[in-house]
Design a protein around this ligand. Structure first.
Ligand code: CA
Length: 423
């Protein structure tokens, strides 16, 4: 009992000292307020003219770009804006999903098994696709899995209506106007009937979730019916993704990347997508493959060292093929997931090093505070936007070097607290 009391007292005194440390730290809400950043959410987009006026403007623009009047009028007949879509533009999550959760939700045993089954079923046609486009087959299925659960979940909203609504409400207008006119062109080219052109609220369509502009650039007919049908045809969808990846300069037979181990004295300033070295040069620095495989005869390939969650999580060497995946969707978690899923169709490829599960990613407010604090130290000159891009990463590295901690450039809570609680 006495022991317990001592332990309890000790615990309380520890708590007490924590509180007094916390008192010295700058409060995040105060920091944001002092920079005129309240946490009120952004005002929703709103129309700047009547729907009829807007429609006439778009009609003129579409016709000037070669869309026939009857195509436009038919597609817009009875069309009204869809207010549900505007609600979707307002869902800016305050908390970001950790990369390990993102991967875990998508590289599942079910998705792997389904992919393997489809690879087997479509073997003949994928061999032909492989011959024409020189893109590794498993990669194509990984895209379709993540984009639409192999076509099961490709969205059932009218793409014309979605894009018209976003444009009318002045939400990313230039981008959505281009896609709206591209969607009309798809109909004009008789690729699909207007009612068949379905997709997500943002206008991403079919199994590969191409936006209309990407469809016009990359979609192909591979089953020979003269329509590039990315909604229901597996051959067309796979070939369209293969065409996309070929144009993104995918190098056949080269891995997207692989997990590596780093030596204890590793110079973390070398990490990040901004720095490329040959795989041979990385080896010379003591970087080794985490799970040795026979396939590492790629020593002349260029690679970057990717630390998705900084030095306390897994490390990957990623090749130019990883950059090709990023051209499909410029998001590190996404590209890692596509790569890992395609590996797992072929062999079990678990990530060996543990993720720092106790470390949740910084919230938007915390990221804003981090940038403010780095700016106050004159290490950061960019805008306070809560986006951790290369300028913020560089500023973090500079601060880490000043404070003599490994300069992995990763924005975690320990770093934020160090900035908040010391001067
Ligand atoms: Ca077809």
């Amino acid at each position: 009992m006495a022991k317990l009391t001592i332990l309890l007292l000790f615990g309380i005194s520890l708590l007490g000292s924590c509180v007094s440390v916390a008192d010295k730290c700058q409060n995040i809400d105060d920091l944001l307020k002092s920079h005129g950043l309240s946490d009120s959410t952004a005002t929703p987009p709103s129309p700047d003219k009547s729907f009829e006026q807007w429609k006439n403007t778009v009609r003129q623009e579409a016709l000037s770009q070669g869309i026939r009047a009857n195509i436009f009028d038919e597609a817009f007949s009875g069309l009204t804006p869809d207010s549900d879509i505007i609600a979707n533009t307002q869902k800016q999550p305050e908390v970001v999903e950790p990369v390990w959760t993102y991967i875990e939700k998508r590289v599942t045993p079910e998705n792997i098994a389904e992919g393997k089954k489809l690879i087997k079923q479509n073997r003949k046609v994928t061999q032909l696709i492989y011959r024409r486009y020189q893109v590794d087959t498993p990669l194509l299925y990984a895209f379709l899995s993540i984009e639409s659960s192999y076509g099961a979940n490709s969205g059932d909203k009218s793409v014309i209506r979605s894009l018209a609504t976003l444009d009318y409400y002045n939400y990313r207008r230039e981008f959505n106007r281009q896609n709206l006119i591209a969607a009309l062109r798809i109909i004009q080219n008789s690729e699909v009937q207007p009612q068949q052109i379905k997709g997500s609220w943002a206008g991403a369509m079919g199994m590969p979730q191409f936006i209309p502009i990407s469809y016009l650039k990359y979609a192909v007919d591979f089953d020979g019916d003269n329509h590039s049908d990315i909604w229901t045809s597996f051959p067309d969808s796979l070939a369209s993704v293969a065409n996309y990846m070929q144009q993104a300069r995918w190098k056949v037979g080269v891995p997207w990347g692989f997990e590596v181990n780093l030596p204890t004295d590793f110079n973390y300033t070398l990490s990040g997508m901004g720095n490329k070295k040959s795989i041979a040069d990385w080896k010379k620095l003591g970087v080794t493959v985490a799970a040795p495989r026979e396939s590492l005869s790629f020593s002349s390939e260029n690679a970057s060292l990717l630390l998705p969650v900084g030095k306390s999580g897994p490390a990957f060497l990623v090749t130019d093929n990883f950059r090709a995946i990023l051209r499909y969707n410029n998001d590190i978690s996404y590209a890692l997931t596509v790569g890992l899923l395609s590996d797992n169709y072929q062999r079990d490829t678990p990530i060996l090093k543990h993720w720092p599960l106790q470390e949740t990613p910084l919230t938007r407010k915390e990221r804003l505070a981090l940038q403010i604090l780095l700016k106050e130290k004159q290490l950061y000159k960019g805008s306070i936007d809560g986006k951790i891009g290369s300028d913020t990463t560089q500023a973090i590295r500079a601060y880490q070097q000043q404070t003599r901690v490994p300069a992995d450039g990763y924005a975690n809570r320990a770093l934020l607290n160090s900035l908040r609680c010391h001067d």
